[in-house]
Design a protein around this ligand. Structure first.
Ligand code: SF4
Length: 219
């Protein structure tokens, strides 16, 4: 059984021989040019399966190890998705750019969060989302850190996760009226978690210390 190769963003598959590579697409946004490039790479290298992932990325499956470098080179500036103990992704809904229910623009702040934090090394895996209204289509209550738009501004949720031991996030702060205010809080949370001594999901730490104590640390 081969092992994951994190520095190449390669994850060993069920057959124990081949790998999957995820192509990072911030917030799931892409372009005809990027999609053409991925299609060309898939055809050129005989990729047997392509999948749009739940993390708003595209995964290429069934890659033999000896093809990883050539595929990486052919993908060019298309970054690989985060693997291992890092900020894995920032999911974004279309927000006020497109959605008629939205109360906030999600793309600007979501892209900035992606630019700042995607693949940042942290003590445990860390997933973020940005939803443009309380419908919360990006399911912020099961993200380690989430922004949810409301009529008066951003609500910040922290400490949620899915998985085998799911947790619901708790509300840290509400009604942050500007993106800059929200980004400042996000920065403090990520920095705090980066420095945390405990190696586990941030939600587990919150369970132990309580949201009030965490709020005092961050706000
Ligand atoms: S969370 Fe709100 S703004 Fe975003 S897609 Fe869903 S309904 Fe639209």
């Amino acid at each position: 059984m081969k092992q994951n190769i994190p520095e190449k963003g390669a994850i060993v598959q069920r057959d124990g021989e081949t790998f999957a590579v995820k192509v990072h697409m911030p917030g799931g946004y892409t372009s005809a040019e990027e999609l053409r490039r991925i299609a060309d790479v898939a055809e050129r290298h005989g990729i047997p399966e392509i999948k749009i992932t739940i993390a708003q990325r595209i995964a290429l499956f069934g890659i033999p190890e000896e093809k990883l470098d050539a595929i990486r080179a052919d993908l060019g500036e298309l970054e690989e998705g985060g693997v291992g103990l890092c900020v894995r992704y920032v999911k974004m809904c279309p927000g006020a750019s497109w959605c008629k229910r939205a109360q906030r623009i999600t793309k600007d702040i979501g892209m900035e969060m992606d630019r700042r934090y995607h693949r940042t090394r942290v003590p445990w895996k860390f997933k973020m989302s940005v939803s443009g209204c309380p419908n919360d289509c990006c399911e912020g209550f099961i993200r380690d850190l989430a922004l949810v738009g409301g009529p008066k501004g951003w609500k910040i949720l922290v400490g949620g996760n899915g998985g085998a031991r799911p947790r619901l996030a708790q509300t840290l702060v509400e009604d942050l009226s500007t993106d800059e205010e929200a980004l400042a809080v996000v920065e403090r949370i990520v920095s705090w978690f980066t420095a945390a001594e405990k190696k586990c999901r941030i939600g587990k730490i919150l369970e132990e210390m309580g949201i009030e104590a965490f709020r005092k640390e961050i706000l």
